[in-house]
Design a protein around this ligand. Structure first.
Ligand code: F6P
Length: 345
């Protein structure tokens, strides 16, 4: 453990996620107005730490942001270990602002870099963030509940128009390497099939389910697809890259829909939900979770802990080693998929 820090930096990195502002508000309020520490907001994720872009944060600066989507600090996918030279690329900003501990709110890539910085000697505390819900060591990440609610609302609406027109609708949701949003929104929306990256799929089987539904009197079907699934065999989906070299996913649902239409003969449409799942106000559940994680992270930093992440275990918040969070990307558990698959008929 390090000494009690008087100046704490906070940054949000990677894709944004409903609840980020709730964490920033909680970290700032707990550290500054309760414990009298200074809080430095770092702008645009790691980029701000590399370039020296910061803003002061205090209780007044974070009033009114609890319910707002996005992040008042901005975010980016720049990374000091991918695009820079690790600690060397951030040490100027750390020194100039007198930052003695850093709270990093991010997904698996961000947390890996946070751990690397902790190993280089900077006291770092992590807060797991992603709508994808795929961070190891925590039961859930904030933002996931909001994304599932948005996707479920969309499925409900798509089901009614699918039924009116006797169509199959493929709903593509986010989920880069893991299919948590697809699985949960699929269960909540009563999907007839769910395709996730963790499990190989067979479109003949999906077509069989759809044909059977039609024989049994339901002439519409909803197929939920996570954006990160492999395209059907023989199909190439060309992916553009973002400014930091990461693949921009989205669109695999079109190739899957074409195959389903060919195999079943039923008109098949596609709806790609995309960034709507990440935008806007967090649900009450996510506001509470993000607030609890932010308060805990501030406490860990003020206690001089480093290399730990605030995690949720059986609804309790506790510090776990960041190594555990970075050990693997957490996939949908077999019991969840099995529950969903019970209704594929
Ligand atoms: O990691 C969260 C996430 O929303 C993924 O589900 C998605 O693939 C990715 O971010 C999209 O990121 P971007 O907006 O940078 O393209």
């Amino acid at each position: 453990m390090a000494d009690t820090p008087r100046v704490i930096g906070v940054l949000t990195a990677g894709g944004d996620c409903p609840g980020l502002n709730a964490v920033i508000r909680a970290v700032t309020t707990r550290a500054s107005s309760v414990n009298d520490a200074e809080v430095v907001g770092i702008l645009n994720g790691w980029e701000g730490l590399m370039e020296g872009d910061t803003m002061p944060l205090d209780r007044d600066a974070v009033r009114g942001i609890l319910t707002r989507g996005g992040t008042i600090l901005g975010t980016s996918r720049m990374d000091p270990y991918v695009h820079g030279e690790g600690y060397k690329s951030v040490e100027n900003t750390i020194r100039r602002n007198g930052i003695e501990a850093l709270i990093v709110i991010g997904g698996d890539g961000t947390l890996r870099s946070a751990l690397a910085l902790a190993k280089e000697g900077l006291p770092v505390v992590g807060v797991p963030k992603t709508i994808d819900n795929d961070i190891n060591g925590t039961d859930i990440t904030f933002g996931f509940d909001t994304a599932v609610q948005i996707a479920t609302d969309a499925i409900d609406r798509l089901a009614s128009t699918a039924e009116a027109h006797n169509r199959v609708i493929v709903v593509e949701v986010m989920g880069r390497t893991k299919g948590w949003i697809a699985a949960y929104a699929g269960i909540a929306g009563g999907a007839d099939s769910i395709l996730i990256p963790e499990r190989p799929y067979d479109l003949d089987e999906v077509a069989g389910i759809i044909r059977a539904r039609h024989r049994h009197g339901k002439s519409y079907s909803i197929v939920v697809v996570a954006e990160g699934v492999e395209p059907p065999a023989g199909v190439e989906v060309e992916l553009k890259k973002d400014a930091f070299g990461f693949a921009r996913l989205g669109g695999v649902g079109y190739a899957i829909a074409d195959h389903i239409e060919t195999l079943t003969g039923f008109e098949t449409r596609v709806s790609v939900l995309g960034h709507i799942q990440r935008g806007g106000s967090p649900t009450a559940f996510d506001r509470v979770l993000a607030t609890r994680l932010g308060v805990a992270a501030a406490d860990y930093a003020l206690e001089g802990r480093t290399g730990v992440m605030a995690a949720v275990r059986s609804m309790e918040i506790l510090p776990i080693p960041m190594e555990e969070a970075c050990a693997e990307i957490r996939g949908v558990t077999p019991d969840i998929y099995d529950t969903a698959a019970t209704f594929f008929s």
